[in-house]
Design a protein around this ligand. Sequence first.
Ligand code: UDP
Length: 467
Amino acid sequence: MKKPLKTVWGGDFTAENPAERATLSGQATEVPKTQPSVAPVLKFQEGERQKPPRVSDTPPAPSPPPKLTDYQPIIGEAALDELRFLATSLRGKTAKMVNSTAVGGGVAEMLNRLIPLLGEVEVPTRWDVITGGNDFFELTKAFHNALHGGDYTLTNEGRELFLAYNEQNQQRMTFDEDMIVIHDPQPAALINARDKSHARWIWRCHIDLSNPNPEVWEFLRPMIEHYDAAIFSSPSFARQLPVPQYLFYPCIDPLSEKNKDLDESVIQRVCDDFGIDRTRPIITQISRFDRLKDPVGVVQAYKLAKPYVDCQLVLAGGGASDDPEGAVVLQEVEAAAEGDPDIIILNLPPWCAIEINALQRASTIVIQKSLREGFGLTVTEALWKGKPTIAGAVGGIPNQVIPKLTGMLVHSIEGCAYQIRYLLTHPEFAMQLGRNGQEHVKENFLMTTNLRRWLLLFRIMSGTSGN
Ligand code: UDP
């Protein structure tokens, strides 16, 4: 018989299918929409070591965005003064940001914080979200995958659909602001409204265009070339373009639930709930259960290191519930971890920011052994918490992890195992990496740095940078 699994919402279930699970536990068979469709797993081996974890089964209400002064204890008064100063020559200018979703995803999360801050420094910025039918969003999802290098055949119908939805949005929007920022490919064709506006137009690309599907890129390229500037998240993500290009790293908000300081009691509570022993070293990887994050490679590296250094491995992620591939990867991870009571696998719902924050803060070492990566925000989050970090040398990770200075880069399972052993046996060095990493994030990857970049770019774009 199958061993009972423990869910992070409490209760023991023997079935992984939600409907079956509900029947077994005597509840209604309807699974609330907010819950992932596969039972989240908190897997413990022999001898349950903990109480049922207390993770909310619904997302918490969003907290109000922070004010600029809330960042003062983090970046200091001089940095705040600099932001205010940069904004002075922009007085009277207005901006608009356009993207394709108001909630969910990193772009919306970032805009939710950035736009109030721009308003606070008196650069009133409007946020518009384009609308479209399922056919449009299916198409743009396919574009997204193709721009990441996937195979795709762009049909004439696809081209027309994309342009028609953009045209529809253009008709219902106004473009009276001084700076218009279009995020990502979905609304890229709004540039067709350019001649009717006096604005400077900026395309902010959040995706990796290093190896795009040629058909999709050739379709989008003439639109992008019509902008006044393009922004990419890493030099390696950019394309050759005849317009000025700027580098804006992604950023994290140090005041968000995921990154704010936590009381020691909260960290302890989360570890107790998840059966993590804080008296022994804790190695953690937080990631969606995705092969490109190589969670099985992390288990193998841990197993290679374990005979030499005592430690526990925490693999916490989500996505295994709404993504069939994620569920398969989760099973592979469980199989790789089978029989080791020191491997703790957590499949968390997406709103567990505090838990993720606490797990990162409780960690002795954070790993992000990705085989391919976008920017790798989990690395930013770990560095911000001063954690010695071991990460795959892919995507935007080398911008964050400077070997032997802000962390360790690895290229293999063996390399990862070696670094686990090394850092656990050289704690002073490990702590220094963590301190440097935190400083690196403070300089380059915080929301306030991002605001600074926007203000500088707006000054350049509006010709006020000399004032
Ligand atoms: N994350 C989360 N829950 C999980 C796994 C990841 O909230 O179960 C968060 C993680 O803290 C980070 C983001 O999702 O903020 C992942 O971003 P990253 O750039 O590392 O990878 P992606 O998933 O976008 O490839």
